[in-house]
Design a binder for this molecule. Structure first.
Ligand SMILES: Cc1cc2nc3c(=O)[nH]c(=O)nc-3n(C[C@H](O)[C@H](O)[C@H](O)COP(=O)(O)OP(=O)(O)OC[C@H]3O[C@@H](n4cnc5c(N)ncnc54)[C@H](O)[C@@H]3O)c2cc1C
Length: 402
């Protein structure tokens, strides 16, 4: 594995880092206080600037209007953009659209690409991914109640989903629904494109998450599909391939998330070190940074962040060079390891800030609330740990170790 960063990527990430610092971080106090929807005019202007700088949609193919960066390159980008909660959105590479773009690009028909993919990459519309159900465990999504039954030339969809992130204001959802109930469990569900203005697509509410309902892109919706009818041509990929496609969507997606989390770690680590260096905690004007317990946290956080970063880059390298299948164990390892590193680093940064850390005068308390979910979405920690352990233990079955 080559650790050198190309001149091109140094230039790209340098420009992005400067933009995040100068244009996005100053918007954060407003972002913390205002409804996201109310910020859209300002955010659109920032997106326009990014497009003008030719830094739009870094991870998407050139022929679609993106920069065409590969996974390793986009990992570096994701780290830089992760420093601000607005980064990925402003540069047109935010989840869940990024994953939806990947699968539409790979599996979409020409008509689907024209109607949904092109405007999605351009940032003219948004989308959501509607898989998790209210009544059934998202950790085991083969247990799924939502059905899509054929009637005439349509699919008629019925079911109750929640955590369809960013559904508020989205133009369409990619919905997972059972189309082949008699097939093997992993071949029962399909992905179907559902425009959100279809009768029977009912956005029940934006769920209040950690005290915040959010709006527009920054929200998580509960959706009731009630006899929601779409043409059969809205099927994405082959019928029964929902889980196969979902798996493909998750591999590179986890690299994007993990590197975004490293960006968050870097940001709060900087805040922690700066605060420790300036906060005077005794009459003889000693700062917090003189205390060994704080120094120990700083050293541990630095080591954890570096370990998490290298593990993630290694997993990205493996995906690119050996394929998603070969990298499965590495992808599961980074998913829980990096999420937990991030949680610890944010927690320590908050602790070092004391009462200030609890306020919204810094970004830390928002990140503390918002990023707790990292240990749950895309598979909870426990599921990944068990999968990795089972795989490791298989190698020891009947093996004598001295
Ligand atoms: C902020 C956020 C955004 C999300 N965005 C989306 C989205 O855009 N689209 C979408 O479809 N979904 C989304 N989700 C849903 C997410 O994928 C699910 O929450 C996740 O898969 C877990 O499913 P669950 O909530 O039903 O928990 P459950 O499956 O009920 O699991 C609950 C807990 O049980 C434990 N557990 C589960 N299984 C096992 C096991 N086998 N062994 C041991 N312990 C176990 C874990 O600790 C787990 O956290 C989002 C969730 C969050 C929090």
């Amino acid at each position: 594995m080559d650790f050198a960063i190309s001149e091109k990527m140094q230039a790209v990430t340098g420009m992005m880092a400067e933009f995040v610092e100068k244009e996005l971080i100053p918007l954060e106090p407003e972002f913390l206080m205002k409804d996201f929807k109310a910020m859209l005019p300002d955010l659109s202007e920032k997106r326009r600037m990014v497009k003008q700088m030719e830094l739009w949609a870094p991870n998407h193919p050139k022929e679609l209007g993106g920069m065409g960066l590969d996974l390793m390159e986009h990992a570096l980008v994701s780290e830089v953009l992760g420093r601000s909660p607005l980064g990925h959105y402003i540069f047109g590479c935010q989840a869940p659209d990024a994953g939806n773009i990947e699968i539409l690009h790979k599996y979409g028909t020409e008509k689907q690409k024209k109607q949904y993919l092109k405007p999605l990459v351009a940032g003219d519309i948004r989308s959501c991914f509607s898989m998790t159900e209210v009544e059934l465990p998202g950790s085991n999504p083969v247990m799924m109640d939502t059905t899509a039954v054929k009637g005439g030339d349509a699919y008629i969809i019925n079911g109750q989903k929640w955590y369809s992130s960013s559904a508020d204001g989205a133009a369409f959802a990619i919905v997972m629904a059972v189309t082949n109930p008699e097939a093997a469990p992993h071949l029962r569900a399909s992905m179907i494109i559902v425009p959100t203005d279809t009768p029977g697509f009912n956005l029940v509410r934006n769920i209040s998450v950690m005290g915040h309902k959010g709006s527009d892109y920054f929200s998580h919706a509960e959706i009731l599909y009630q006899s929601c009818q779409v043409p059969q041509e809205n099927l994405l990929g082959p019928e029964g391939f929902g889980f196969v496609i979902a798996q493909e969507r998750l591999g590179p997606g986890r690299i994007h998330h993990c590197m975004r989390w490293i960006g968050i770690c870097n940001r709060v680590f900087d805040l922690m070190c700066a605060r420790a260096s300036e906060r005077i905690i005794s009459p003889d004007r000693k700062t917090l940074s003189t205390r060994q317990i704080i120094q120990s946290w700083i050293a541990e956080c630095a080591a954890d962040i570096q370990a998490a970063r290298l593990m993630t880059l290694h997993a990205a390298w493996k995906i690119e060079n050996l394929g998603v299948k070969e990298a499965r164990e590495d992808i599961a390892l980074i998913k829980f390891f990096v999420a937990n590193v991030m949680q610890t680093v944010i927690d320590r940064a908050l602790q070092v800030h004391g009462g200030l850390g609890m306020t919204d005068d810094t970004i830390i308390s928002f990140l503390y609330r918002h990023e707790r979910a990292a240990r749950i979405y895309d598979g909870p920690d426990e599921v990944h740990k068990m999968a990795v352990a089972r795989r490791i233990l298989r190698g020891y079955a009947g093996r004598k170790v001295k």
